[in-house]
Design a protein around this ligand. Structure first.
Ligand code: A2P
Length: 276
C-alpha cells in the first residue's frame, strides 16, 4: 500500500470581530457621547440587544489584544448603521480611548449580539415601561424606534433617570425628532411617553424612579388611576446600575410582576448598563 501524501490547506482562522468604520461622533457632555459605525451585511440582531465593541491593539505600544466592552446597540434591528451611547471614564481602559474616536476611524464589533432587553422576552401587555439610568437609556433608543414595540403595546414609556439636566441626552429625539420618523412617527406621537427625571438639580421632575414608583407619582404623572404596577397589563425593562436594577426589580416583584428571560418570557427583564 502506498500512502498518499496530501497537503491539507492551513485552516483559515476567522476573525472574532468585524472591523467597522466610524460614521459620526456626538459629544453630549464631558461624561457622555454617542457614535455610529457601519453595519456589516451579515450582522443581525434584535432591537434591545448588546454586543462587544472595542479598539484594535496599539502594536506600537506593545499591546497584543484588543480591549472590548459590552455595549447596547442603540439602533433598531433594521437600521443601516449601528449607534452606541457611551460614558467617558477618564482612566477607563476602553472609554478613555474610545471617547477620542473620529469619523473614519476603525472600531471592532463583536459577531454575537445577545441580551434580554428584547420584546420577545416580555409577555404581551398594555403598557411597556422602559426604565434607564445614565447610559442605560441606550437599549430604549433601539426598542422605541422599532415599530414592533407599538404593535405589541398600547403605550411605551421611556423613563430616563439622570443626576443632572445636561445628562438628558436624546431629549430632542424623544420630545420631537421621533415624531417625524418615517417608520414610527405616527405611533410615537400617539403611544410614546418620554419621562425624564433628574436627581441632583432642579428640573420639571425630580427624584429616583424607585421613589416615583413608591409614592405613586409615576402613575399619577401618566394619568393612570392605579398606584402600583398592574401585573395584568404592565410590563417593564430595566437598564442601569446594579443598585438601580436591584431596587427597581424588588418593587416590580412586590407589585406582583415576575422576571422573564429569552427562554421564559415574563413581566419584566433586566440588564446592567455598561459602566467602565
Ligand atoms: P442619585 O443622584 O440619587 O444617586 P448613576 O450615574 O450613579 O448611575 O445615577 C444615574 C441616576 O440613577 C441618578 O439619577 C441616580 O440618583 C439614580 N440612581 C442611582 N441609584 C439608584 C437606585 N438604587 N434606584 C433608583 N435610582 C438610582
Amino acid at each position: 500500500m502506498t500512502a498518499i501524501e496530501t497537503t491539507a490547506p492551513a485552516p483559515v482562522k476567522e476573525a472574532a470581530w468585524h472591523t467597522e468604520t466610524v460614521l459620526w461622533v456626538k459629544h453630549w457632555t464631558d461624561r457622555l457621547f454617542s457614535f455610529a459605525i457601519t453595519r456589516p451585511a451579515s450582522f443581525r440582531f434584535r432591537s434591545g440587544e448588546f454586543v462587544m465593541i472595542g479598539l484594535p491593539p496599539r502594536e506600537e505600544l506593545g499591546e497584543k489584544k484588543p480591549i472590548l466592552r459590552a455595549y447596547s446597540i442603540g439602533s433598531p434591528h433594521f437600521a443601516e448603521e449601528l449607534e452606541f451611547f457611551s460614558i467617558k471614564v477618564p482612566d477607563g481602559p476602553l472609554t478613555s480611548r474610545l471617547q477620542q474616536i473620529k469619523e473614519g476611524d476603525q472600531v471592532l464589533l463583536g459577531k454575537k449580539p445577545t441580551g434580554t432587553l428584547v420584546l420577545d422576552a416580555v409577555r404581551p401587555g398594555k403598557r411597556l415601561f422602559l426604565f434607564g439610568t445614565g447610559t442605560g437609556l441606550a437599549p430604549w433608543l433601539s426598542v422605541a424606534r422599532d415599530p414592533d414595540a407599538y404593535a405589541r403595546f398600547e403605550q411605551v414609556i421611556v423613563a430616563h433617570g439622570v443626576r443632572e439636566v445636561q445628562e438628558l441626552a436624546y431629549r430632542d429625539l424623544f420630545t420631537a425628532e421621533i415624531h417625524d420618523d418615517p417608520l414610527v412617527g405616527d405611533e410615537a406621537k400617539a403611544q410614546l411617553v418620554y419621562y425624564p427625571t433628574v436627581t441632583r438639580e432642579p428640573f420639571e421632575r425630580q427624584g429616583r424612579f424607585t421613589d416615583l414608583i413608591e409614592s405613586g407619582k409615576l402613575f399619577a404623572d401618566l394619568g393612570l388611576e392605579q398606584v402600583k404596577f398592574d401585573p395584568e397589563h404592565d410590563r417593564a425593562m430595566l437598564c442601569g446600575s446594579m443598585a438601580m436594577i436591584k431596587d427597581t426589580a424588588a418593587l416590580l416583584e412586590a407589585h406582583g410582576l415576575t422576571e422573564g428571560s429569552n427562554a421564559e418570557p415574563g413581566d419584566f427583564v433586566i440588564e446592567r448598563a455598561f459602566v467602565g
